[in-house]
Design a protein around this ligand. Sequence first.
Ligand SMILES: [Zn+2]
Length: 394
Amino acid sequence: MPTESTFFVAGLLFLAAALGYVFARLGEVDEEGDSREAARANFLRGFRYLLNEEPDRAVEAFTTSVDVSDEVVDTQIALGALFRRRGELERAIRLHQNLVDRPGIAAEQRDQATFALAEDFLSAGLFDRAEDLFLRLRESGRHGTPALERLLRIAEVTQEWDRAIELCTHIGRLDSTRLRPGQLGHYHCELAERARRAGDARAAGAAVERAFGADPGLPRAALVRADLAADAGDARGAALGYAALIAEEPALVGDVLPRLLAALKAAPGTVDLRAVLDGVAAGGPESLRRLVSAIVSVPDFTADEAWVYLERFAAGDAVLGALLEPGGESGDLQARRADLQRLRRSLGVLVKTMPRYQCGNCGYQSASLQWQCPGCRRWDSIRGTARLLPAHTP
Ligand SMILES: [Zn+2]
């Protein structure tokens, strides 16, 4: 498996190639003899320091260069990016800041260095400084849209959702392929949830409707809408909303089932629970595991429906099936129910101790549902895992 230092070595080789090109170019032109020769010597010195693992001296050599040719500037930007990847942000910042401040540099090159410097600040968590630079690049032809995307990322981290909506709308107008499906809807949902927490049901409702306007099929918006119905005492509306959501997005059953059961307590018979759960189980063995995982997480759900799926799950597993039927046909219904109850308790403990959610994109695991993955920052990529039991080891 490639390590961080493998990447660094690969990066150095790339730089070596770039430097070879620089030297060739410098060698071609003789009229500015001395300064070209000095620039060449400076680069060679910097590169030697890199190979000798003396990065600070290398940075010193590169930043004392007065050469502003495209190749030299590109090489310095690439080296700074390598330092950033290694987490050596101070060195990356020194290299990139030096380019931004260097007199005589072409406008496009300065924009490129400014973008790289802003990325360094972003990686260092210096959001204010990063934001200042990205704002400056908003109108830049080549870096304008990527700068807007970084500004959007900062708005997400700092949870400025109104600003996120404005930036997302702007980016969508420029190039809608740069947005994730549902992204704009999620920002409206963030505002809706914030208003709901603050007890402002009216503002929350309005924000949810805007979320639907941005993305009519967004499961999160359907969930908040049903939650708002439940808050308002409309148990029937809430139950219908939760049931429709489970049918639409069975992977959310773990979060939605407890709410559906609570709504059905207040409005019994609103939906056919058996049909709703059958719809989830019909998705195959993984879906059944996910459903059972949801059922055992609600200890007071003891209606017949709960046992049907637990039984089906146990019957489909060789080990559990054997444990539940030690005497073959001899166990009566009462004894069997007691066995299932014990199994349910054990599975309940197991489910509680395991990460129940996983990002389908980067594999990030968490104990609770998050709409945006903290690992890869994708929206809607985290869903309940079906892993109820540890994987069998060969
Ligand atoms: Zn992820």
